[in-house]
Design a protein around this ligand. Structure first.
Ligand SMILES: Nc1ncnc2c1ncn2[C@@H]1O[C@H](COP(=O)(O)OP(=O)(O)OP(=O)(O)O)[C@@H](O)[C@H]1O
Ligand SMILES: [Mg+2]
Length: 724
């Protein structure tokens, strides 16, 4: 049986650690050169051999272009590949090769076989980047126990010192390619992460690039030397990194530059270095200050700052941390080793911080050893998790957050979402977003799930409660339930489409047009054609109620129809999601279909009446006062009055709703004077069109202009004609 190791898979340097059997303390397994860390560099040889670590980095320094480095920066990015000697490698492939080499070397150096490992990632890594890291471990043949955050691992290593009481610390981790800042509370029993933030495209490499650019400019200015090929760039980068490290110990250095047949040198001072890289320090400052502010913590609340990562050796970082916190960084943590050491601790305890029974771990056969630094860790999410939803005002798609960033892991949260039923195949598409931005495409789209199995009458709105879970392993779990039921809905994974540009379009345009063109309208017959004329003028196809009966979505019942309307069937039709428009006289006869409603008073006189438009939307189109023809019978809906969409109020009845709708069961009922009477003028027809648009629109949750667009009706023309 072998050992369990911790692997710090770094952008520039990696390290492997194990637990010392005698002391219970973690220790680094040094590489064959006796170094605690190994460059994360690969060099592909024409004979198929692959060099790694110092050997590969040396080849890179000598200008060999068949090398790969910094692949951690593109982890999980499907579009990125490294083409070397005619073969294409993804960042995951390269990480897998490196991990395998690291484990093989660790086995050779320790004389033990490696059974399993904990691999670390920047806290700021998204789900996709974590999954890619885990996949790389599996491809390397490693049993990956857990993927944990680098700063959390460093906190384990720091906690080794068994400090008394509880401390609030900042873990400031600036490595070769990533920057992470974490605030945690550490006590004897656990490490509670309060929050983290970062930038995974910021690290020592960016400071190297600054120096390299400076060197290139000086070479040209002082010696007229131009950088013309990749080999020269590589040489310059290696020289830049060496200079940067020397500047940690010295005020100024002379950088020797050796190209093929050129040998020269350039001077650089710490002052110049700080000047040319000032903007990078500024970026780390912004991230740090933002995190403190979002947690409501000030520098003075911190017991200290733990520096992790090789780049924290730079003078400017020390100066910054010391000036802000008012004290020197905490001691006792080796910036290069802390992450791997902490990972080794975590590899040999349970997630609750208990030692794993010795028989389960090779190498500890005799006695249960106490693993030093063992604690439970309560980590926090670095990013919010949400889904693509329509914004509250309906104008755009947005990121509706379910689990907020900096929630303790494991995290779980539920949020309700309304969806209108189309048919039995109605589905809710859940695009899982990771990130803080409102615009969906500014976040990482992690998964697409499709939720099905909800039940409800056609066109009714059902509420789906979507639950997100975030496990200790960084796995996102999605489940859903229809409100008012206790049965979980079906949730299936689907590939994320390549084209997500629709998320930048206004929501209703595409989807709702489909809904409405599917709409089946029936109209009852009548001695004179009224509603039909309006529907035709709006290019809305309709059928005769006599031929299709209740097999429709919307039913118009004209006054004076000779069709027999069965009260019970009408009641069931609406209860089950149908929408019915009932005109004045008919209402008197049909009110019985909707218990709880009652007819108001009957005028009995036809004529033109003045009314006041109550609905603000409609008012903006047709004006405040309307003069409209109707055969009047007013209907009051006592029970449903509160939910009524009151379109207008008739003058002579002083405050009686003139046209209104209400929800009945799953459906909607509109009482309206919609008919296009022979006597109605063009303007009156337009008013009726606008009312119908408003009512149809409310049925589909879209505004008048939007539904006008879908039906091809020029609402602006109506507006302008009515205003003139
Ligand atoms: N003395 C020094 N002065 C300045 N920078 C240094 C010094 N020693 C190492 N570095 C820089 O530290 C970086 C490597 O740090 P580290 O090994 O912590 O990073 P990593 O683990 O590879 O990266 P990451 O954690 O971002 O994935 C390199 O950019 C290196 O140049
Ligand atoms: Mg690191």
């Amino acid at each position: 049986m072998g050992i369990r190791v911790g692997i710090d898979l770094g952008t520039t340097f990696s390290a492997v650690a194990r637990i010392n059997q005698a002391t219970g303390k973690p220790e680094i397994i040094k590489n064959i050169y006796g170094n605690p860390t190994t460059p994360s560099v690969l060099c592909f040889q024409p004979d198929g051999d692959i060099l790694h670590g110092d050997d590969a980095k040396n080849m890179q320094g000598m200008g060999d272009t068949n090398t790969a480095s910094f692949f951690k920066r593109s982890m999980g990015k499907l579009a990125v590949s490294f083409d070397i000697l005619g073969k294409s490698y993804s960042p995951t492939d390269l990480s897998a090769i490196l991990l395998k080499k690291l484990v093989q070397e660790a086995e050779a150096q320790s004389g033990e076989s490696v059974d399993a490992a904990v691999i670390t990632v920047p806290a700021y890594f998204t789900h996709i980047e974590r999954a890619a890291t885990k996949a790389a471990g599996a491809a390397a043949g490693i049993d990956v126990i857990a993927i944990i955050n680098e700063p959390s691992a460093a906190a384990f290593a720091y906690g080794l010192n068994e400090k008394e009481g509880e401390q609030t610390v900042m873990i400031y981790d600036l490595g070769g390619g990533t920057f992470d800042v974490t605030i945690a509370q550490i006590n004897k029993n656990n490490i509670q992460v309060l929050g983290c933030d970062g930038n995974h495209e910021l690290g020592g490499k960016d400071w190297d690039d600054c120096i390299a650019r400076y060197l290139a400019a000086q070479l040209y200015e002082e010696h007229g030397i131009e950088i013309t090929d990749l080999a020269m760039v590589n040489t310059l980068l290696v020289a830049a990194e060496a200079a940067k490290k020397q500047l940690t110990a010295r005020d100024r250095v002379t950088v020797p530059i050796h190209f093929k047949d050129i040998k020269t040198s350039v001077e650089i001072s710490n002052e110049i270095f700080e000047e040319i890289s000032h903007f990078l320090l500024g970026t780390t400052k912004d991230v740090t200050e933002n995190l403190l502010a979002s947690l409501g913590i000030g520098w003075h609340d911190l017991d200290g700052v733990i520096l992790v990562g090789g780049s924290t050796r730079m003078r400017m970082i020390h100066k910054y941390v010391e000036s802000m916190s008012g004290k020197p960084p905490l001691k006792g943590v080796n910036v290069d080793e802390a992450v791997a050491l902490g990972a080794a601790i975590r590899a040999n305890i349970t997630s609750q911080g208990e030692s794993i029974p010795s028989e389960q771990i090779g190498g500890f056969a005799v006695n249960q050893i106490t693993i030093q630094g063992a604690r439970a860790i309560i980590d926090a999410t670095a990013h919010s998790l949400g889904l693509i939803a329509i914004s509250e005002d309906g104008s755009c798609y947005t990121n509706s957050k379910i689990i907020l960033r900096n929630s303790s892991i494991p995290a779980k949260a539920t949020k309700p979402y309304g969806i209108r039923m189309k048919d039995k195949d109605t589905a809710l598409e859940v695009y899982v977003l990771q990130g803080e931005h409102d615009r969906p495409l500014d976040n990482t789209i992690v998964h697409k799930y499709v939720v099905t199995g909800m039940k409800g009458p056609k066109h009714s709105e059902v509420v789906i409660e979507v639950t997100y879970g975030y496990t200790e392993d960084g796995i996102i779990e999605v489940s859903a339930m229809q409100q008012g039921t206790s049965k979980a809905l079906d949730v299936d994974v689907q590939p994320i489409p390549d084209d997500m540009a629709w998320t930048d379009q206004p929501p209703s345009a595409g989807a709702k047009a489909g809904d409405i063109s599917d709409l089946k309208i029936a109209v009852t017959s009548k001695s004179y054609d009224d509603i039909g004329a309006i529907l035709r003028s709006m290019k809305l196809p309709y059928s005769n109620f006599r031929s299709i009966g209740y097999e429709c979505d919307v039913l118009f019942i004209n006054c004076g129809t000779s069709d027999r309307i069965d009260i019970k069937k009408l009641h069931d039709f609406v209860q089950n999601g149908g929408c019915v428009y009932i005109s004045d006289f008919a209402a008197d006869h049909l009110i019985g279909a909707f218990p709880g409603s009652m007819t108001y008073t009957k005028n009995g006189k036809s004529g033109r009446y003045k009314g006041t438009v109550m609905d603000p939307d409609l008012q903006s189109i047709v004006g405040k006062d309307i003069n409209i023809y109707y055969d009047t019978i007013w209907v009051l809906v006592k029970k449903h009055k509160g939910d009524c969409m009151v379109v207008g109020k008739g003058g002579q009845y002083g405050g009686v709703p003139m046209m209104f709708s209400f929800q009945y069961g799953e459906g909607s009922v509109f009482f309206t004077s919609f008919h296009n009477h022979v006597q109605a003028s063009e303007k009156e027809q337009m008013v009726l069109q606008a009312i119908l648009l408003k009512q149809l629109g409310s049925f589909y949750d879209v505004g008048i202009h939007q539904i006008g667009k879908i039906l091809g009706i020029d609402v602006d023309r109506i507006q302008n004609t009515l205003k003139s």
